[in-house]
Design a binder for this molecule. Structure first.
Ligand code: ADP
Ligand code: UDP
Length: 236
């Protein structure tokens, strides 16, 4: 397999074509951003940690029967993935109130929700990824009702599997963001990444954040925290 032309360079990853048109080569970058790129920094070692953490999590999901675009890890910072047609959606699942949910609705951070909440955001940096509902999704033609039902079903299964996995590592899965795409044969699969950049993860004993909130809120170095997540995942 050879890395070919750059297809897309985003905030955290770069995607390259390969000699196989159905596969992409992803490079995880060290760039960290918050507030839709308003805060931006290079953090040595972040790319390799997120690549390894995402690879571990996609493998763990596969063991639970949940497929993703992940084919294999190529190196410390690179992965081979299935190319999919992405839904222009960010799907957020929340178990515990935090972040924009707490802020927008005035609900104290840390309150355990009575059931997992699935939210949708339009993936559009120029509009700051606004929150949208199922009717917006239909009107904007972002997904059909059947596709959305499948996306939400998978999101909740992923939440159950990851909540259990993290609980076994003494970590609370507070909330996280997923992205989905469609393969050639129209199968809906989990894509993008699952890492401390895209999840809120709290230590079960101290409730300390082990995720990007530390960067967002200028509270210190994220690298030891991401290393701790990877270390615990490798012990699973
Ligand atoms: P952003 O675009 O938000 O800055 P990234 O730097 O992580 O984010 O860029 C990765 C891009 O690749 C995202 O736009 C994501 O939707 C897209 N992507 C993720 N997985 C796949 C896939 N399997 N096939 C095609 N595109 C993908
Ligand atoms: N998230 C993400 N990318 C985004 C927005 C959110 O990965 O563009 C993740 C974020 O890490 C958190 C969850 O989605 O785990 C919910 O984020 P929230 O809506 O609370 O937004 P934020 O705190 O970033 O304003």
């Amino acid at each position: 397999m050879k890395k070919k032309a750059l297809l897309y360079e985003g905030k955290a990853k770069a995607l390259y074509e390969t000699s196989d048109p159905s596969l992409l080569w992803v490079v995880y970058k060290n760039q960290a951003t918050a507030g839709n790129g308003a805060k931006k920094e290079m953090i040595a070692g972040k790319g390799k940690l997120n690549n390894q953490i995402t690879s571990e999590l996609f493998d763990a999901l596969k063991e639970e029967g949940i497929n993703s675009h992940f084919v294999k890890q190529l190196s410390e910072t690179e992965q081979l993935i299935q190319k999919v047609d992405m839904f222009k959606l960010e799907v957020v699942v929340r178990n515990i109130a935090a972040g924009s949910f707490s802020k927008r609705l005035g609900i104290e951070k840390g309150r355990v929700l009575p059931f997992p909440l699935v939210e949708y955001y339009l993936k559009e940096d120029a509009l700051d990824d606004p929150i949208i509902n199922e009717d917006h999704i239909k009107i904007l033609d972002l997904a059909t009702q059947e596709e959305l039902a499948e996306i939400s079903r998978q999101a909740l299964l992923i939440n159950r599997a990851l909540t259990e996995l993290f609980a076994s590592l003494d970590i609370r899965l507070v909330d996280f963001k997923l992205e989905f795409g469609k393969t050639e044969d129209e199968t809906i699969v989990l894509a993008d990444e699952i890492s401390p950049d895209t999840c809120r993860l709290w230590d079960a004993n101290t409730n300390d954040s082990l995720d990007k909130d530390i960067f967002r809120n200028d509270l210190g170095d994220i690298i030891p925290l991401y290393e701790e997540i990877l270390k615990r995942l490798k012990q699973r």
